[in-house]
Ligand binder design. Structure first.
Ligand code: PLP
Length: 423
């Protein structure tokens, strides 16, 4: 290890050994003598024992259905579920806990907005603006709405460095724009979106703003009030929580004006054979038995992140990403996509190895127990803009170390040698 590498280690803002002890999976030997290096965090994070214990505790000691019961267990389960809502609301600085709707994931949150707000408030000819760097979950629901309702769908293109074309954005966001739906961080390239530029542009035209927070809420301090957005969708499984639970935050007056998403139990006030009336927000948007244990466990995941501090989480990620950009940049044949500076990225590095298909890169890295993702990352328009079929992507989280980046770089050097890539 060089002096610079030791400096990086010393600058890391928390005790990585202690954190790593909370994630038993990181000790797993994937192949004989080869311990897991998990660098697929943009797809899903690993889970700490504290979150797993909370989920187990819920099922072991408090399990019951919520909201409908008068017995002790049901009251306890309801309290735990609603407390989790409060913890999550605090985490994103939502003004009111009831403004957080539990969903299955980011995808469901965005679909909820397209269905319940879009179908009610958008007319033929109204414009929705998205961007070329969106995950499919922030493209397809708007295309469906366009095809069904005649809404006009426009997009802000990506520049070759992976940032958005803000000059184009100034032209495309206009008086007919009713919604700007944009990701805070690109999952395919890691680029951090200039929400500080885009949100005021949309606001100036009287448009609402939906932020896809799937890659920001887990990785950096997020304050929905400071951002000035109207909707924010996020997902629990990328932030130490269980799968199948996520959240949608929206301003209360919007939630009150919107129609329900799904109909059924728990979302009604009254039902007759002729018609029904709706429960108050958030119940209006949480039809049926929700993922109670998932919500409670997501609350524990949020506690874990808050104990570390989101400023420290972000600082660690910048250090690791900066280190990885330098290490990977030295591997013969590697080209890195996206902005050159770690400060302009989340903890994501998409790259290609000259002449080697990303799937082959991923498979060879797996023989070294290094887990990365290869493919289009559910962002096919980004691949089209880069003129590549796929990329290899390493993505980092709170437990990743510089040694793990070294193992990635050494394994890549071997792939490079194996496939005869020239320096
Ligand atoms: C930016 C972004 N948006 C949306 C999603 C979809 O998240 P989920 O599959 O949890 O709904 C992802 C997942 O990778 C993402 O990275």
């Amino acid at each position: 290890m060089t002096q610079t590498d030791m400096d990086v280690q010393q600058r890391l803002p928390f005790d990585l050994d202690r954190i790593r002890r909370d994630f038993p999976i990181l000790k797993r030997e994937i192949h004989p003598g080869k311990t897991l290096v998990y660098l697929d965090n943009a797809a899903t994070s690993q889970r700490p024992v504290q979150m797993i214990a909370e989920m187990t505790r819920f099922y072991r000691d408090h399990n019951a259905n919520i909201h409908r019961g008068v017995h002790t267990l049901s009251i306890e389960a309801t309290d735990l579920y609603e407390q989790a809502r409060q913890r999550i609301a605090r985490f994103i600085n939502a003004p009111r806990a009831e403004e957080v709707i539990f969903t299955r994931n980011t995808t469901e949150g965005i679909n909820l907005v397209a269905h319940s707000w879009g179908r009610k408030f958008l007319q033929e000819g109204d414009e929705v603006v998205i961007t070329e760097v969106e995950h499919h979950s922030n493209i397809v629901p708007w295309q469906m709405l366009r095809d069904e309702r005649g809404v006009v769908l426009k997009y802000i293109p990506m520049l070759p460095d992976g940032t958005l074309d803000l000059d184009y954005a100034r032209q495309v966001i206009g008086p007919r724009t009713k919604l700007l739906a944009v990701t805070a961080v690109s999952n395919a390239l890691g680029t951090i979106t200039r929400l500080d530029e885009l949100i005021p542009m949309a606001r100036a035209q009287g448009a609402l703003v939906l932020v896809d927070g799937a890659q920001s809420v887990p990785h950096m301090p997020v304050d929905v009030q400071a951002l000035g957005c109207d909707f924010m969708a996020f997902t629990g499984h990328k932030m130490l929580g269980p799968t199948g639970i996520g959240g949608l935050w929206a301003r209360m007056e919007l939630l009150e004006a919107m129609d329900p998403f799904l109909g059924g139990g728990d979302m009604i006030l009254t039902v007759t054979m002729a018609q029904s009336t709706w429960a108050d927000v958030p119940a209006k948007f949480e039809a049926g038995t929700p993922n109670v244990a998932g919500a409670v466990a997501l609350g524990a995941a949020v506690d874990y992140l808050e104990a570390l501090g989101m400023d420290a989480v972000r600082a660690h990620e910048v250090e690791i990403t900066d280190y990885a950009l330098r290490r990977l940049g030295d591997v013969p044949g590697v080209s890195i996509f996206g902005p050159p500076q770690a400060q302009d990225r989340g903890g994501v590095i998409s790259f290609e190895l000259e002449g080697v298909h990303p799937h082959d890169v991923g498979q060879v890295l797996d023989t070294h127990a290094v887990a990365i993702r290869t493919g289009h990352h559910c962002a096919q328009p980004v691949m089209a803009a880069l003129s590549v079929p796929a990329t290899a992507r390493a993505s980092f989280y709170i437990y990743n170390t510089t040694e793990e980046v070294d193992r990635l770089a050494v394994a890549l050097e071997e792939v490079s040698r194996f496939f005869g890539v020239r320096a």
